[in-house]
Design a binder for this molecule. Structure first.
Ligand SMILES: Nc1ncnc2c1ncn2[C@@H]1O[C@H](COP(=O)(O)OP(=O)(O)OP(=O)(O)O)[C@@H](O)[C@H]1O
Length: 325
């Protein structure tokens, strides 16, 4: 008889789930989702609207019960210990859910009291300082700009000291500077050991994550570091630039070329950027054959390019749409 005990759970694994599925009204919104997240990771969820990102994230944290599948979050069972899991999760939803007619400080003190944080006033002061909100303590939350509101919402989320942070499109509609500052905070928190799951539609934010998952129509289509997701897609990309001044003439040439190329075998995507075209294909030889007739055109400059994450996601989405047809 074997005496080998089951391996002890790895304390650095915060989420480990397999085969999670969920349907609403007979429609499968998440289909057989499996993943593992390590402590201190910033894990990004990307995918088209309504593809099941929020539903997936909520199941991972025990906030929603899956129809099928199993797993643990923070070492606890997502099916039987969801209440205990919730006590350790900070959840920032898409909607600003603090009191608009309370001041910044009052909101933070309220949250501290609600969660039984010791010395709520001191905890609120610490949160104000940490988030660079000291000068705004007396300001009404409703009077803050979008970026500051998000910062306050983040402060309220981390005040009870969660081990896992769930951010659902936290920076939608926030300007680039405020988004950058918000992400600096997220990285600081992760460096201190907080694990972060974040859904976003911004490619630059995806690139700030340690790992990403791309979900479309309920299915996990890609997972890993940004570099590995791009490499696994196997896309070849070429940029074609119309030489000379950007004007109507150049614009027309780029548009006609885009129309022509997008009809050709070997060309899977054509995306205009000013008077340049970003052209991608999964079969490098077929792509080159499609471009060959244009290479001698002196009005055009060709250069091999690296595919971007956006190229990869659009390609994945198209492919999954085709498969569903
Ligand atoms: N409680 C619910 N009851 C019924 N349908 C739901 C429920 N929650 C989500 N859905 C549906 O499930 C699908 C996936 O929704 P989900 O919010 O997970 O997508 P998402 O990828 O987060 O979308 P977005 O990027 O727009 O936020 C949508 O069609 C949505 O309408």
């Amino acid at each position: 008889m074997s005496t080998a005990a089951a391996p002890a759970p790895d304390p650095d694994v915060v989420i480990e789930v397999e085969g999670l599925s969920k349907s609403f009204g007979g429609h499968r919104v998440v289909d057989n989702f499996t993943m593992r997240v390590r402590r201190g990771q910033i894990y990004g969820f990307l995918g088209p609207n309504g593809s099941g990102k929020t539903t997936t994230i909520r199941m991972l944290c025990g906030l929603l019960t899956p129809d099928a599948g199993r797993g643990t979050c923070l070492g606890m069972d997502i099916l039987t210990e969801s209440r205990a899991i919730r006590e350790h999760v900070g959840y920032m939803t898409q909607r600003f859910s603090l009191y608009q007619d309370l001041s910044v400080r009052e909101n933070l003190e309220f949250v501290a009291r609600l969660y039984g944080v010791p010395q709520p006033e001191a905890a609120a002061s610490a949160a104000l300082q940490r988030l660079g909100l000291e000068g705004r303590g007396k300001q009404l939350a409703g009077a803050l700009s979008g970026g500051w509101k998000q910062r306050l919402a983040l402060g309220a989320c981390i005040l009870p000291g969660p081990d896992l942070l769930l951010l659902d499109e936290p920076t939608a509609g926030v300007d680039p500077q405020a988004r950058r500052e918000f992400w600096e905070q997220i990285h600081d928190l992760a460096a201190e050991g907080l694990t972060v799951l974040v859904s976003t539609h911004y490619m630059d934010e995806a690139e700030r994550c340690h790992e990403i998952a791309y979900i479309a129509y309920g299915k996990l289509l890609a997972q890993g570091t940004v570099q590995s997701v791009i490499a696994a897609a196997g896309l070849t990309t070429v940029t074609v630039e119309v030489r000379g001044e950007a004007g109507q003439e150049a614009g027309r040439l780029a548009r006609d070329l885009a129309r022509d190329l997008s009809q050709r075998a070997g060309v899977d995507m054509v995306a205009p950027f000013g008077t340049a075209l970003h052209i991608s294909g999964r079969d490098a030889a077929a792509l080159e054959a499609a471009l060959a007739p244009f290479r001698s055109d002196e009005r055009l400059a060709f250069r091999a390019d690296a595919p971007t994450l956006e190229d990869v996601f659009i390609d994945l989405m198209r492919r999954s749409k085709d498969e569903m047809r």
